[in-house]
Write a protein that binds this ligand. Structure first.
Ligand SMILES: [Zn+2]
Length: 249
């Protein structure tokens, strides 16, 4: 009898260890950071790997970028997003498609791949803001894919978005080429939620902000979108728009 109880205790202890979530390695702007996967929604078919010791250099570099970009966020913005953790991994894929990042908006966790796009820290910085916006949108409007009717009104007449971001991931889609009135790049034309996330991200990166402001100077549709995005941010933190856009009223 005693052996049976002991065995039962051992099994339950082992299960408890297996089920214990990984410990965070630190915090960025108050948000816990993990270096191994938590439990994303099973139906998303997420795959990723934890960094190994030989990844240290690129992982450290990425964490530096993350600290700088996340450091731009005031507390009210982070609180509004309801972000519970950041997971930094490699070889991240969702349903078999490689991803630079994945917002797990069911668990409020942001997954980031430190190797994807490592040749361009500027690209990685952009991705961090873009994906954070999807989490924020879910809190603001109930869905990361919210088809904001007010935003849609700012598009040129007869414009129709594509089939969503996952159908338009080629490298040539992200360059800021102002492909048509109202849009900073082709990726923005793939879906309304991507359009908003792209403008949001660009506002947080000075070199990109300069580019989109120059485009907006000759594009009333884009100028209206930037104004609306700054208005969204103003509601979260009244000081934020002026920090991002000194010319903002
Ligand atoms: Zn996106």
């Amino acid at each position: 009898m005693k052996t049976r109880i002991l065995f039962a205790l051992m099994v339950s202890a082992a299960l408890a260890i297996a089920a214990a979530p990984p410990a965070p390695v630190g915090k960025i702007n108050g948000v816990p950071v993990f270096l191994e996967s938590l439990i994303p929604p099973a139906s998303w078919k997420v795959r990723c790997e934890a960094a190994i010791p030989t990844d240290k250099k690129s992982l450290d570099l990425y964490r530096k970028t993350l600290a700088i970009e996340f450091g731009k966020y005031p507390n009210p913005l982070i609180q509004k997003s309801n972000l519970k953790g950041i997971v930094i991994v490699k070889n991240l894929s969702v349903g078999g498609q490689r991803r630079a990042a994945m917002p797990d908006y069911e668990n409020e966790i942001l997954y980031l791949d430190f190797q994807f796009g490592a040749h361009s820290p500027a690209y990685q910085a952009h991705v961090i803001h873009h994906e954070f916006f999807h989490l924020l949108e879910q809190e603001l409007n109930g869905s990361a894919y919210f088809k904001d009717p007010e935003w849609a009104k700012l598009n040129p007449k007869n414009f129709k978005y594509g089939k969503g971001g996952k159908h338009q991931r080629g490298n040539n889609n992200f360059a800021f080429k102002h492909p048509q009135a109202g849009f900073i790049n082709r990726y923005s034309t793939s879906g309304l939620e991507e359009d908003k996330a792209e403008i949001y991200a660009a506002l947080f990166i000075p070199a990109e902000r300069k580019k989109i402001n120059a485009m907006a100077a000759q594009d009333i549709h884009l100028a209206a979108k930037i104004k609306m995005m700054l208005g969204i941010l103003r509601k979260i933190d009244p000081l934020l728009p002026r920090q991002l856009n000194p010319k903002s009223p």
